[in-house]
Structures are given as structure tokens and as C-alpha cells.
Design a protein around this ligand. Sequence first.
Ligand SMILES: C[S@@+](CC[C@H](N)C(=O)[O-])C[C@H]1O[C@@H](n2cnc3c(N)ncnc32)[C@H](O)[C@@H]1O
Length: 288
Amino acid sequence: MAVIDYPLYPISSSALEMPAPLFCTPGGMLFNGDCLPFLQAMRAETVQCVFADPPFNLGKTYNGYEDKQSEAAYFAWCAAWIGECCRVLAPGGALFIYALPRLAYRFAALLDNQLEFRHWIALTMKGTYPRGNKLYPAHYALLYFTKGTPRVFNHLRTPIPTCRHCGGELKDYGGHRDRLHPDGLNLTDFWEDTSPNRHKKTKARPGVNELKPLIPARAIQIATQPGDIICDPFGGGGSTYQEAEHAHRRWLGCEIGDCAPIQQRMQPHIVPEITPAVAEMLRHVFGR
Ligand SMILES: C[S@@+](CC[C@H](N)C(=O)[O-])C[C@H]1O[C@@H](n2cnc3c(N)ncnc32)[C@H](O)[C@@H]1O
């Protein structure tokens, strides 16, 4: 087991305020503020899945958030929120963290003490360029860990790949095509259909570094069932919340910056009153 000795995160929980609730949908609630006090306010072992797509400390422009600190400060902060994510995860629950491989191997080492490794899912990344004397970076990592034996593991299938020009199938499956499942191929730990939308002109929400919704959608489908609670502490453009809502899961979200992009995305679902399903979730998770 790896023993990681990062310095303690310097800000005590009492110095940070619990974020304010912003809006509610039939299945979830978004909070606007820092995810650390948000996670710290949660009771232990109350959510079935955490999906986290944190900032990568690359100096990117986020709405209202400074994405550049010293490496030591960044990893100390990551150790703090990762520790909280592990604490709030229910037994058998799943934690997914999306990251660059350079960060993911360090996150995985932190998780190794606390959860069980399931997969390092490689997601192809297009449109990058090689830097200096390094290999061409061609994938992101989606870490998948569970708290003990997974409570839910749903087998997913993907469509049989076809040529986008002629529509013909790309492989012959060694003469065993007739034995393939009619719903497609077993999902592997190598995802080629999830490249992010990079071009500014075609980005749904300019200024937001959002994932293709297929990524959180798959994580949710793999590791949860309807009614389960999914927490995403880094809202961004709200792709996790949208997919959780569509899949009839409950969700708790947090975003430190401008929440307008999330609000815009979730607008069709926003309700004026807390629903019984959300009220029950708040009682269960926050004890109130
Ligand atoms: C990479 S984006 C997440 C994108 C999201 N997965 C999506 O697909 O829309 C990371 C987000 O985390 C937010 N963030 C950074 N630090 C935070 C903190 N301490 N608490 C809550 N949110 C934070 C940033 O403002 C940014 O919107």
C-alpha cells in the first residue's frame, strides 16, 4: 500500500462557509461555493457514487476561479477533497476521477490507501500536440475505485463500430461475427467515443471546460441504480447533473464559480419547491 505524506490542507473547515443552495430539480440540488466545506458537511458513507472532474492546475481560465497554485498546495488540496470523497462514499459505492495521466497516477496513489482499484479507463484525446521530448499525449484517465466490493456493476455494451463514410463494419471478428451480442460489444476500459468538444465555436458553453456527457453517463450507468445518490463536487457545465437526472438518479452538486452555465443546462428540470425525493436525500446526507 502506498503511503502518501502530503502536507495538511492549510484551510480549516471552519474557515470556509458551507455553500448556499442555488436550485433544485426533481432529483437533485446544486450548491454554489467551495466543495471542501460542502463535502465536510456530509455524513459519512451516504452517497453511492462520486464523479469528480477537478481543475488540473494548468492556469486555465475558469469563471471566477484561479487555476494555478504551487504543486505542493495543489496536491495538498487534492488530498483533502479526495479524502472527503472517500469518507462520504457508502460501502460498495464507486468513485470516478477524471484527470490527466500526470495527475491521475498521484490521485490513484492517494486512493490506494482508502478504496479498491477497479479500473484506469483510458479515454482517447484528440487534437493535442507533443511537447518537448515527450510522447504524443493521446489519452485522459478515468480512475474507477470502489469502497470494498462494488454494490452495483452493470455490464454495458457499445454499438459495433462502423465506417463513418460507407457504414460498413470495421472488423470481421475473426469469422465469429454471428456470435456477437445483438446489443453490441462489451464496454472495455478503452473509450474512443468520448473526445471533448475543444473548438471554441462548437463548445456548448463558452468558457466552461465540460466533458462529453457520455463520460458521466457511463459512470452512472456502470455503478449506480435508479434512486441512488451521485455527488459531483466540481460542477463546471453540469454534465453529471444532467445525466443523473436523465437516468433517474438523485444528485448533489457544487460549483465555486459562475453557476449560470449549469442553471442554463438544467433549466428544463428546475422546480420551485424541494421534492420529497430531494428532501429525503438532504436528510440522509446532511442529517437535516
Ligand atoms: C473541469 S471543470 C468540471 C466540468 C464538468 N465535469 C462538466 O463536464 O461540465 C472543473 C470545475 O471545478 C470548479 N472548481 C474549482 N475549484 C473548486 C472548488 N474548490 N469547489 C467547487 N468547484 C470548484 C471550477 O470552477 C470548474 O468549473
